[in-house]
Design a protein around this ligand. Structure first.
Ligand code: SIN
Length: 311
């Protein structure tokens, strides 16, 4: 079976469609190496880097439950230079997506100036949606602030740049944020980050299952698949065609990967389930997707990508 699974974002070609969600299996160079060396991973994505390294929020900050997870990691990472060095020194292998986050607009601009001045010419992804930095809002819920940042960024940034978005839940909000995003030469949107500020209670202890923010954290995992698919679909229907989509959220099975691509995803990323099962999951999902394509008579992902039919 020779099924063609590929994607292209900003003239970067990906051999495959599966990647890790930023935050999972990507904080250290050895974790990134494992992704880089796995033939079923189309591209490693780094942990979102801030200017300075961070320990993240107090623990426990991650909890898995049936078909889901809740986290308030708080952007633990080894600092921007660590990840920039990694992507710069692994330029001849497969593509790597450099994810960055910031605690302020000034920091965001500083980081992107550093990327612009660097030898890294791959895809950078700006995380505007982390729900877990104590005292900081999720920027991409503020459409004016998002517009202001992107306007400043694209006045100097000339390399491929995408953004990671939070989930939206209102069709008017999809219209509004898409109108902002369509003004800019974004390489892609990554949709969705976790559903921010959920709360899960342990009935035995009568306390939240995670410590930071009084137990409030981002909800991920298979439970959020409908929200993730709706966001991928809503953006595919609204964004300029040259803004590609990385579908993130809810992926547990090859059927979920197929659904993401059908809704319009170019690449599909996996977080909670990758954390649960480890990187052998990529082979299983890849083989599962090949089987689905075989059963349905598709030879290439392009034959069904964005092909969601009317009921
Ligand atoms: C975190 O580090 O808190 C998770 C990353 C994110 O939600 O962007």
């Amino acid at each position: 079976m020779d099924k063609k699974m590929f994607a292209s974002i900003a003239n970067v070609d990906f051999d495959g469609v599966l990647i890790n969600a930023s935050g999972v299996h990507c904080q250290t160079s050895s974790e990134l190496d494992e992704l880089l060396n796995d033939e079923y991973v189309a591209a490693p994505v780094t942990k979102s880097a801030t200017l300075n390294s961070r320990d993240g929020n107090p623990k426990p900050s991650y909890f898995e439950f049936k078909d889901g997870s809740i986290n308030s990691m708080g952007l633990p990472n080894n600092g921007f230079e660590y990840y920039l060095n990694y992507v710069e020194s692994h330029r001849n292998n497969k593509p790597i997506i450099l994810s960055i986050a910031s605690l302020s607009q000034e920091e965001c601009i500083e980081l992107l100036h550093k990327v612009q001045a660097s030898d890294f010419n791959g895809i950078t992804e700006l995380n505007l949606s982390c729900p877990n930095v104590i005292g900081k809002p999720q920027v991409a819920y503020d459409f004016e602030a998002t517009d202001k940042i992107l306007s400043e960024v694209f006045s100097f940034f000339k390399k491929p740049l995408g953004i990671k978005l939070p989930p939206y839940f209102d069709l008017t909000h999809f219209d509004q944020i898409a109108a902002v995003l369509n003004q800019y030469p974004l390489s892609h949107v990554n949709s969705v980050n976790s559903i921010g500020n959920g709360l899960l209670v342990d009935l035995a202890t009568e306390a939240p299952v995670i410590k930071p923010k009084g137990g409030f954290g981002g909800v991920g995992g298979h439970n959020i698949l409908p929200t993730a698919l709706a966001n991928v679909r809503a953006f595919r229907l609204r964004l300029n065609q040259n803004i590609k989509i990385i579908g993130t959220g809810g992926v547990k099975t090859a059927e979920d990967v197929f659904a993401h691509i059908l809704c319009g995803a170019d690449l599909v990323s996996i977080g909670t389930e990758l954390n649960k099962q480890g990187i052998s999951l990529f082979k299983d999902l890849n083989e599962g997707l090949i089987k689905i394509m075989h059963d349905k008579g598709y030879n290439s992902v392009d034959e069904f990508r964005n092909g969601l039919k009317d009921i």
